[in-house]
Design a protein around this ligand. Structure first.
Ligand code: PLP
Length: 376
C-alpha cells in the first residue's frame, strides 16, 4: 500500500463522516495512561465539560454529561432519559438514516412517537411543525437531526427550535455531525438537550459522546432511563459528586479530546472550523463537478460537513473500483446510504485542509482516466 504524504499530514485521509482524520498531536495525547481517580484526569474531565458548555453558550442553565461510546449511545441515552414512559409523545423529524435511527430507538424503548418524514433531499417545513404543535396538544417533545449525514443536508434547526420553544415543548437535537462546526448557541437555538460526540467536528477520536442538557430537565428524569449505563441523570449525579465517571472512562479518548479542544480554540474556535470546512467543501464540489460528478443537493441545502454525489454517468464507472484505487492512494471515500439513488459521499470534516482536497481531486482525475471514465 502506497503511503504518500499529503501537504498537511499523513495518509490515509479519511474523507468520511467518521472516524475522521485526526491531528498528530491529538493521537499523541493518547500515549499516556491515566488513572480514572487521578486528580489530573478528574480535572481534564471537568475542563472538557466546561469548555463544551461554553461552546454552546449554555453554562447558566445546562450541564454537560459525557458518556462512553459512539454518538448513537448519547442519542439513545438522551431519548431514554428525557422521554417519560407514560404521557409523552415525541414528534420525530426524519429525512435520512439518523432521523430513522431515533424512531428505531423510541420504538425499541416503547416510547410513543409520531413521525414527520420528508424526502431525503427535502428539509422539514417549519410551518407544518407549527401546525402540528398547534393542533396536537399531546406532542410533548420534538426530536430532529441538525445536519443529516445521510446526504449532508442542513435542516432548519434554528427556525424549528424557536417554534418548539414558543409552543412550550421539549426540543431534543442530534447535532452529532455539526457540533463544533456549525454555529450553535443556546440563544439562537434554544435546545433542552443536544447530543454530540468527540470524534466528529471537534476532531477528537471516537469512543466518547456527550449530551448538553438543561439541568431542570435532568433533575425531573431521575429513574426514568431504560438502562443503567445509558442513564444520563445517574451519570450526571455521580459526576457532580466527585468529578469521577460512574464506570470505567475511556481515558485515552478523554485525553485526545482535551488536546483536540485546545487546538480547536487556538485555531479560532467554531468560526475558524466552519471556514476551513466550507473551503474544503467548495473545492470538493468544484473539483468533482469538473470531473463530471453531480452533487445530490442544491447549494442552498448543502452543509459543509459531507457531500453526496450521484454515481458518474459514464458506463465505465464502478464505485467499488474507484473506491479501491483511491484507497490505494490514501484517500478513503464513503459509500452512499440513500434509499433511492446510487450515490457516494465525500466528507469535508476532520483534520484536513483545502490542499488535501485539491490533491484528492487531482488523484481522482488520474484514477478516472485509468478507468476510461474520462477522455485522455
Ligand atoms: C455520526 C452520527 C451519529 C452517531 O453515529 P455513531 O456511529 O454512533 O457514532 C448520529 N447522528 C448523526 C447525524 C451522525 O452524523
Amino acid at each position: 500500500m502506497t503511503s504518500e504524504m499529503s501537504p498537511t499530514g499523513e495518509k490515509p485521509l479519511l474523507l468520511t463522516p467518521g472516524p475522521l482524520t485526526t491531528a498528530h498531536a491529538t493521537r499523541k495525547a493518547m500515549l499516556q495512561d491515566f488513572g480514572a481517580r487521578d486528580s489530573v484526569f478528574i480535572e481534564m474531565t471537568r475542563s472538557i465539560r466546561e469548555r463544551l458548555l461554553i461552546l454552546a453558550g449554555a453554562t447558566e442553565t445546562h450541564t454537560c454529561v459525557p458518556l462512553q461510546g459512539s454518538g448513537t449511545f448519547a442519542v439513545e441515552a438522551m431519548l431514554g432519559t428525557l422521554v417519560p414512559r407514560v404521557g409523552s409523545l415525541v414528534l420525530v423529524l426524519v429525512n435520512g438514516a439518523y432521523g430513522r435511527r431515533m424512531v428505531e430507538i423510541l420504538s425499541r424503548l416503547d416510547r410513543s412517537y409520531l413521525v414527520y418524514e420528508t424526502e431525503e433531499t427535502m428539509p422539514p417545513i417549519p410551518a407544518y411543525i407549527e401546525h402540528l404543535l398547534t393542533h396536537q396538544k399531546d406532542i410533548t417533545h420534538v426530536a430532529m437531526v441538525h445536519c443529516e449525514t445521510t446526504t449532508g443536508i442542513l435542516n432548519p434547526v434554528e427556525q424549528i427550535s424557536h417554534i418548539v420553544a414558543r409552543h412550550g415543548r421539549i426540543f431534543l437535537l442530534d447535532s452529532i455531525s455539526a457540533f463544533g462546526a456549525l454555529p450553535l448557541d443556546l440563544q439562537t437555538i434554544p435546545f433542552t438537550a443536544l447530543a454530540a460526540s468527540a470524534g466528529k467536528c471537534l476532531e477528537g477520536v471516537p469512543g466518547l459522546a456527550f449530551v448538553l442538557c438543561k439541568r431542570t430537565a435532568l433533575q425531573k428524569s431521575a429513574g426514568q432511563a431504560h438502562a443503567i449505563s445509558l442513564d444520563l441523570e445517574a451519570q450526571w449525579t455521580a459526576m457532580e459528586k466527585n468529578g469521577q465517571w460512574r464506570f470505567t472512562p475511556p481515558t485515552h479518548v478523554v485525553a485526545a479530546l482535551s488536546t483536540a479542544l485546545k487546538q480547536f480554540y487556538t485555531a479560532g474556535g467554531q468560526p475558524a472550523r466552519l471556514a476551513r470546512y466550507t473551503a474544503n467543501c467548495r473545492i470538493l464540489i468544484e473539483g468533482m463537478k469538473a470531473l463530471g460528478f453531480v452533487p445530490l443537493l442544491p447549494a442552498a441545502l448543502q452543509s459543509p460537513i459531507i457531500v453526496t454525489f450521484h454515481i458518474h454517468t459514464s458506463h465505465n464507472f464502478i464505485f467499488e473500483k474507484f473506491y479501491n484505487h483511491m484507497r490505494l492512494h490514501g484517500y478513503v471515500l464513503y459509500a452512499g446510504k440513500l434509499a433511492r439513488t446510487e450515490s457516494f459521499r465525500v466528507g469535508c470534516i476532520g483534520a484536513i485542509e483545502p490542499q488535501d482536497i485539491a490533491c484528492m481531486i487531482a488523484k481522482a482525475y488520474d484514477v478516472l482516466q485509468e478507468m476510461n471514465v474520462l477522455p485522455e
